[in-house]
Write a protein that binds this ligand. Structure first.
Ligand code: TRP
Length: 449
């Protein structure tokens, strides 16, 4: 069955695809800006702790259930269930997961579209087409619609090709390119005046802020979004893994790459902000808050790049290209959730499913763009703040309470016969049973208050 539905051909391919899903706008923009406005190194420290203690165990829950069932989240949770009630809840959770994944993609495609538009604008500037560059950075409705549509079309094209030819091949190419671009940009930015101050903010922790409760909760939310948890993305990717893989190890690799890229991006964005400050760009309000956290990237950075003259256009081209790549390897993992469900449940062709669902998501994105002020924030909050933790909670309950411990062990043994005597098996089953659900519930309750 597994081969008919596609399978990652190597551990490298899987790690690249799963890390590609995890690494996205959340890491390269979300994490560094949140770190900048929440005590720099203090946030970094808390983020590292919650990513390993909470996000990694939750990721493992998804990967193990997925690999066991070799199916989409709806069928997988139903397979793990022991009675009708559990099957019903499992199926419903899977369905909510794919709706949420689609909604996340609908706002993600808009932001990713901006990245591509800004990338195109740098190219236009370099070739002397100033008018085109101005239009591409205008945020006009036409431009927003067009760039969103182009981005979605790319996502559809890759997902339509399937696991090996699409997702795995492109992730394995794009992820190393991303890493290289990031490293080059960091090296460049660190040579500029003002960069050192940003580095200080990033690396010297303010411990009084590290222990603030809302900071811990923010870091948790960031880690969950960053590892693509709570919609079934990682469950689906786990389902394309073959039985020989040692799950705790590959899951650890994905977590390490995700966190590593976020931390690396911090070395770019924080110094870049202080370079901008050094050059006279306002980045903090009088109260010391970062101005407009979410759009900072489209105001501060282009301004910074513009001051660098011709070199700036080249750097800008690279930077937004990088953001586009990161977004694309993430968006394919979002579209894969509803597409896999449709293909496996209704026997639809993969291409048709990708096109139909992708277009439907495009319509939702267009509606959001038409009433941006009201809808954008609403969809972001609804999906990332409420739905993701709640569904993640259900995944942990299914892995920790509903699924038989012996079957869980059997699944892990496939890729690692000695797993029962290792540290992972001593800690994780209890951890995902008590610790993870309790803390996720705490996030949810807190976000309701
Ligand atoms: N993790 C990605 C990022 O940091 C976004 C992402 C991809 C995602 N797939 C997801 C977020 C599924 C939530 C759910 O940008």
């Amino acid at each position: 069955m597994a081969s008919a539905r596609g399978e990652f051909s190597s551990r490298f391919g899987f790690v690249m695809a799963a890390a590609g899903s995890a690494v996205g706008l959340g890491n390269i923009w979300g994490f560094p800006t949140q770190a900048a406005s929440n005590g720099g190194a203090a946030f970094l420290l808390v983020y590292l702790v919650v990513a390993f203690t909470l996000a990694y165990p939750a990721l493992m829950a998804e990967l193990i259930i997925g690999r066991h069932a070799h199916a989409n989240a709806v069928s997988a949770l139903r397979q793990v269930a022991n009675n009708r009630g559990q099957r019903l809840v499992g199926g419903l959770t899977g369905i909510v997961g794919f709706v949420v994944a689609s909604l996340i993609l609908s706002f993600y495609a808009i932001v990713a579209g901006w990245m591509m538009a800004f990338c195109g604008a740098s190219l236009a500037t370099l070739s002397g087409a100033e008018d085109l560059a101005a239009w591409l950075t205008s945020f006009s409705l036409e431009c927003n619609l067009l760039s969103m549509a182009v981005f979605l079309a790319l996502t559809i094209a890759i997902v339509g090709k399937g696991v090996n030819d699409g997702i795995e091949r492109w992730s394995s190419r794009l992820m190393p390119a991303l890493l290289l671009t990031l490293v080059l940009l960091v090296a460049y930015v660190l040579t500029l005046d003002g960069a050192l101050q940003g580095l200080k903010v990033y690396l010297l922790p303010d411990f009084s802020r590290a222990l603030a409760p809302d900071l811990i909760l923010k870091a948790l939310g960031a880690a969950f979004f960053s590892l693509s948890l709570g919609v079934g993305t990682m469950l689906i990717y786990g389902s394309y893994l073959d039985d020989r893989q040692n799950l705790p190890l590959v899951g650890g690799m994905v977590t390490a790459v995700d966190i590593g890229i976020a931390v690396l991006a911090g070395f770019l964005v924080l110094p870049a902000m202080y370079v901008a400050l050094h050059n006279g760009v306002e980045i903090f309000s009088a109260g010391g808050q970062l101005i407009s956290e979410d759009t900072l990237i489209f105001t501060v950075l282009p301004d910074l790049f513009a001051r660098m003259g011709l070199a700036g256009s080249v750097v800008s081209l690279f930077f937004f290209f990088l953001m586009g790549i990161a977004a694309l390897t993430s968006s394919i993992s979002m579209l894969e959730v509803p597409v896999a469900y449709t293909v496996e449940t209704y026997g639809t062709g993969r291409k048709q499913a990708a096109v139909a669902i992708g277009c439907a998501i495009g319509v939702v994105s267009a509606v959001i763009l038409l009433d941006f002020a009201d809808l954008f924030g609403l969809v972001v909050t609804l999906t990332t703040r409420y739905s993701q933790p709640l569904i993640g909670f259900v995944f942990c309950i299914y892995a920790g309470w509903i699924w038989h411990r012996d079957k869980l062990l059997q699944e892990l043994r496939k890729g690692n016969p000695e797993v029962a005597s290792g540290l992972f098996w001593k800690i994780w089953p209890w951890w995902v049973r008590f610790f993870c659900p309790a803390i996720i519930l705490a996030i949810f309750v807190q976000s309701l208050l």
